[in-house]
Design a binder for this molecule. Structure first.
Ligand code: SAH
Length: 341
């Protein structure tokens, strides 16, 4: 029988486990787990019988560090090996406002975006809440820093692994654990509209980022299969409702692809759709991926595009590049690993 992963449980749930008596021990167990112990034996202030029972009946996960790359700007990129042989990538970045960790939510992805390395080999499986959490815990421990921010922008579509992602958010925000608040967390989605509607009803204070990447369905469908299922009009309507429901402005990601979606006409079309919605556009340089005909926009095209958005009253920024010397865009390290094994 497969043992449950102890780190998947909230503190409240730990209290109800038959091994954890008296219930107040749950608080200690929870704290130890989120500090990254590799076994209950290491929980030194607990009775030996409790430690042995936990190790006998549960898994206390600890991913293997298969690879680590450290950029000249301090960005760290990890490839973690999971218990079943799958692997996932995580990136840790230093900003003026703190330390941000970019986590993967699935091993692989089934969204099929043409520009993305993470989806090339399809979806292997969803990650458990504990496997998403471990990426934060063990990257922070390795770098010797306190992680203050999280972005769910690594490999995978977070809203395609909805329940586990929501549980992860609950675990990582818990005061007895890492205690990273929702306002310091961004979730990026390719635009699963029904799941955005569901997320709005949770009333979380996280930032929702939507990968738009095109000003209309004709272009969007050429690069993102999800656009065939959900027209942009429906997507933008749901984002508007998300803002109304949660009070949190939606942010749109827009990869700048040379000669495809980066023309002044595209900028005007996008501005017309977003003006007055309070939206923020995050323009992203396309990371070259092998065997792709898509190329990043020129710096002039990026500047012009941004100016057109801003002069229409749409707030637009160009994402800073970190870790450029270590392939820090998620998906690339895992793909290399899969391709060579
Ligand atoms: N599935 C989610 C989250 C993971 S992708 C989503 O689609 O939003 C995180 C971000 O990286 C998305 O905006 C995605 O479009 C972007 N991305 C993927 N491949 C990229 C590439 N080659 N260059 C730049 N950004 C890329």
């Amino acid at each position: 029988m497969d043992k449950p992963y102890l780190k998947d449980f909230t503190e409240e749930e730990l209290k109800t486990l038959p091994e954890i008596t008296p219930a107040y021990r749950a608080r200690q167990v929870f704290a130890w787990l989120h500090r990254g112990v590799g076994s209950a034996a290491e929980m030194t202030d607990l009775p030996k019988s409790l430690r042995e029972a936990l190790d006998a009946h549960y898994v206390i996960s600890k991913p293997a560090m298969l690879r680590r790359q450290i950029s000249s700007d301090g960005t760290r990129k990890y490839l973690w090996g999971l218990a079943d042989g799958n692997c996932v990538e995580t990136v840790l970045m230093h900003y003026a406002h703190g330390v941000s960790v970019c986590v993967s939510t699935q091993a692989g992805c089934r969204m099929g975006c043409v520009f993305c390395a993470s989806t090339k080999n399809g979806l292997a499986r969803n990650l458990l809440p504990s496997e998403i959490l471990d990426q934060v815990i063990f990257s922070g421990l390795d770098a010797g820093v306190r992680v203050s921010h999280i972005v769910l922008m690594g490999t995978g579509e977070p809203l395609d692994n909805y329940d586990n992602v929501l549980r992860f958010l609950k675990l990582v925000g818990a005061p007895g654990g890492l205690h990273i608040g929702a306002r310091n967390i961004s979730l990026s989605t390719s635009g699963l509209v029904d799941q955005i509607d569901r997320l709005a009803r949770e009333h979380l204070q996280i930032t929702l980022s939507v990968s738009l990447h095109a000003p209309n369905d004709t272009l969007r469908r050429q690069i993102m299969p999800v656009a065939r299922a959900w027209p942009m009009e429906r997507l933008l309507a749901s984002c508007g409702a998300y803002f109304e429901e949660t009070g949190r402005r939606v942010s749109y990601e827009y990869i700048m692809i040379r000669g495809f979606n980066d023309t002044p006409a595209c900028a005007r079309e996008l501005a017309a759709k977003l003006a007055g919605t309070g939206a923020h556009v995050n323009m992203i340089r396309l990371n070259d991926i092998a065997e792709s005909p898509l190329k990043p926009s020129t710096p002039e095209a990026v500047r012009t595009f941004q100016q057109i958005l801003q002069s229409s009253g749409v707030n637009a920024t160009v994402r800073r590049r970190l870790g450029a010397d270590i392939d820090a865009a998620c998906g690339q390290l895992r793909k290399k690993q899969l391709d060579t094994h």
